[in-house]
Ligand binder design. Structure first.
Ligand code: FAD
Length: 226
């Protein structure tokens, strides 16, 4: 399976997939005791369903991903409840020394919702301090483990930037909600990078649904029955 790299140590990997555009068409047409017909009519049906908010047929396609991302991104990710999650355990597994360190640190947003740039010099000084903090916290983690402290307690010294891993199973209806919320500009840059990769995989697996989603949900176009 193809593995996409995101940020410094992150990954997105599609582990399994069920359904596709034809599954949307099939489940919508069951209302009339019918199934798929021809590409032109089937694609039009997908666009009609999307434009008019008939969302349940999109629940019959399911993606299973393996995700590796920083804990601060996972905390935002796990708020998407209409999905299934299983995460690596810090109680049973020794955590790997992988921390997210942004290339460019951002300032707090200004009143007009824009970020300012830190000077290159300050950015580098602060990044070095963060790296030193990561080194110290991981050394302490190791010291606690070597001293006989349980993993579930030793991990409390590790920062939110530590990478975690989880399996994420989600149907395409809920996936679109995730992509919509997490690719928009108010979402944090780091989760946006993952959401764009997820959107690329979604496009590859369900091209009609993805095109309809971008047209009617993201771009907000209205349905016209030409
Ligand atoms: C830019 C941004 C900033 C955010 N800031 C914050 C923040 O400061 N603090 C914070 O706590 N969260 C924050 N969130 C998280 C946000 O409130 C949602 O929890 C998250 O985006 C998941 O969205 P969701 O509930 O639509 O998704 P899901 O949990 O996957 O739910 C999907 C849909 O199912 C339905 N649903 C699910 N659960 C219920 C329910 N209990 N009752 C009724 N309907 C339900 C809703 O229609 C929902 O849209 C932020 C999100 C974004 C994108």
């Amino acid at each position: 399976m193809k593995q996409y790299k995101v940020l410094d140590y992150g990954i997105v990997r599609l582990v399994d997939f069920m359904g596709g555009d034809s599954a949307v068409v099939q489940s919508a047409r069951v209302s009339f005791g019918k199934g798929i017909t021809n590409d032109e009519r089937d694609q039009k049906l997908v666009f009609f369903l999307m434009a008019n908010g008939h969302e349940t047929p999109f629940e019959h396609s399911v993606f299973k991903f393996h995700i590796k991302c920083p804990i601060f991104v996972a905390r935002q990710w796990f708020r998407h409840r209409m999905a299934s999650y299983n995460e690596i355990s810090g109680r049973y597994t020794e955590m790997v020394e992988e921390f997210c360190l942004p290339e460019q640190l951002r300032t707090q947003k200004t009143k007009n919702y824009r970020y300012n740039e830190l000077s290159a010099e300050l950015n580098e000084t602060l990044r070095q301090k963060i790296q030193a903090h990561y080194n110290l916290s991981y050394e302490l983690y190791q010291e606690l483990l070597e001293g006989g402290v349980a993993k579930e307690h030793a991990r409390i010294v590790l920062p939110l930037s530590l990478y975690t891993q989880f399996y994420w199973t989600i149907n395409s209806r809920s996936l679109m909600n995730f992509i919509k919320l997490r690719t928009e500009e108010h979402a944090q840059y780091e989760i946006r990078q993952f959401a764009h990769v997820i959107d690329d995989i979604f496009r590859e697996k369900m091209p009609w649904t993805n095109a309809a989603f971008h047209k009617y949900v993201i771009a907000g176009e209205k349905w016209s029955d030409e």
